[in-house]
Design a protein around this ligand. Structure first.
Ligand code: FES
Length: 159
């Protein structure tokens, strides 16, 4: 089993004997996610061992907070707004097209690790609906015909 990075091990060592050391668990999980992008089962097992906290409890904390990711995240996170204004402008059809083009469902990552597909509730820019965000890029008034071209531009960046 590979070791966790030394700074995380040192942090765990420094808080291990504190009475409320379990309350530091969230900070440890943040450190691991910042380092690896997600919380692997292997790393959660290491934390369980090092902090002497049952794995089930750690997994419970990790799944309770939506911020924590238990699966690898793609290089580009595609976030499609499924709020009311975007829904009226057919964001559900855009979502189906994205799923079809990428071969994944919401919450999943393409096999090449390039894209993760997520949905959001409102980006606060309803006048520009429907909206898709890819990484830091924002696409407004998107039509279904534009989806392949938009995705292609990211594939081309990788060549
Ligand atoms: S509903 Fe999509 S931006 Fe508001």
């Amino acid at each position: 089993m590979n070791e966790l990075p030394s700074d995380i091990i040192e942090f765990i060592e420094s808080i291990k004997n504190e009475k409320n050391s379990e309350s530091n668990l969230i900070e440890v999980l943040h450190m691991i996610q910042n380092k690896y992008g997600y919380l692997s089962e292997e790393n959660l097992t290491k934390v369980s061992y090092l902090m002497n906290i049952p794995l089930a409890k750690i997994t419970g904390v990790a799944t309770f907070y939506h911020y924590f990711k238990l699966k690898p995240i793609g290089k580009y996170v595609i976030n499609i707004c499924m709020g009311t204004a975007c829904h009226i402008k057919k964001s559900d059809i855009l979502a189906e097209k994205l799923k079809e083009e990428l071969g994944i469902d919401f919450g999943e990552t393409t096999k090449d690790g390039l894209f993760t597909l997520m949905q959001s509730r409102c980006f606060g820019a309803c006048a520009l609906a429907p909206i898709i965000k890819i990484g830091k890029d924002v696409y407004s008034s998107v039509t279904v015909d534009q989806i392949p071209k938009i995705l292609e531009s990211y594939f081309l960046k990788e060549k």
